[in-house]
Design a protein around this ligand. Structure first.
Ligand SMILES: Cc1cc2nc3c(=O)[nH]c(=O)nc-3n(C[C@H](O)[C@H](O)[C@H](O)COP(=O)(O)O)c2cc1C
Length: 262
């Protein structure tokens, strides 16, 4: 079967999921690349995906599940028997039930999952002094992602109809992992370094940051702890202090590799 368009849909505060989606799209080829970046806002209206479009949906793993904000924003997409490649990106600890959750949710929205993958990205909580999967996806990961795209392309070329494909099985359990309670917390600003350029306001996916009394204020009840503001502050003025950084750095330093379900 042939597809006219490749469509990448992603939620990716620190850009690792987006990088993987682009690398897979490169391997898939196709004439037109459509992009729906769901990181900074939700769509105002529902979007119908057509069956001549091959869609890649990429999102980060938060607590062994798909990041909640991604799940909310993905609800805007409905499909009518359109092929999809669900992709999750996680910070070298584990992705637990996230890929299954994403794949099942897309199937419920009318997509047909054809292949899926779990990739590794630098952990949101990684720091220079305590790196966790720092610099990933690296060249090796991106090559695996592009080759994965080529493999999917060949797989689809071999069938006339999507219904000729075997239903896709991915790793993960149902009922999905229940996440423990999460304490409201947000990154803080070093006032001596901050120049109030307001870039952090632009990169926050949930508008948790504002200026009050000439100071940056992050609302911990809104913040999703994605650490985009920490990683992107041009002055290095934002930090997120969590005991998870040391724990993850110590216990999850053995390199994990992408897992592909073709
Ligand atoms: C709140 C939160 C929870 C996370 N939970 C996990 C997890 O359960 N397992 C894991 O390996 N990485 C976890 N991560 C790390 C992200 O999955 C990882 O950094 C990912 O590459 C971020 O994707 P993005 O760059 O597209 O935003 C978590 C990150 C955050 C902010």
């Amino acid at each position: 079967m042939e597809y006219k368009h490749i469509h990448i849909i992603y939620f990716s505060p620190t850009h690792t999921s987006a990088k993987i989606a682009y690398a897979i799209a490169e391997g898939l080829g196709g004439d037109v690349l459509l992009e729906s970046d769901m990181t900074y806002e939700a769509l105002a209206e529902e979007v119908e995906i057509h069956s001549d479009e091959l869609t890649i949906v990429a999102a980060p793993v938060y607590g062994g599940r798909v990041a909640e904000t991604a799940m909310e924003r993905l609800r805007a997409f409905q499909a009518h028997q359109a092929p999809v490649v669900p992709v999750v990106v996680y910070g070298n600890r584990d992705y637990e039930d996230a890929l299954k959750e994403l794949s099942d949710t897309l199937a419920e929205a009318g997509f047909i999952p054809v292949s899926a993958g779990a990739f590794i990205g630098e952990h949101s909580y990684s720091r220079k002094d305590m790196p966790i999967a720092a610099g990933r996806p690296d060249g090796i990961d991106l090559e695996i992602a592009t080759n994965f795209g080529r493999t999917i392309r060949k797989k689809l070329e071999l069938v006339d109809e999507l219904s000729d494909l075997k239903p896709l099985e991915v790793k993960g359990n149902f009922p999905y992992k229940v996440k423990g309670p999460s304490k409201p917390q947000a990154p803080v600003t070093d006032e001596d370094l901050c120049t109030q350029c307001e870039y952090c306001l632009d990169v926050c996916p949930v508008s948790a940051i504002s200026i009050a009394d000439d100071r940056m204020f992050s609302d911990p009840t809104v913040c999703i702890k994605c650490c985009a503001c920490v990683k992107e502050c041009p002055e290095g003025a934002r930090t997120f202090d969590t005991p998870y950084t040391a724990m993850l750095h110590k216990n999850f330093n053995a390199r994990r590799e992408p897992e592909l379900f073709v």
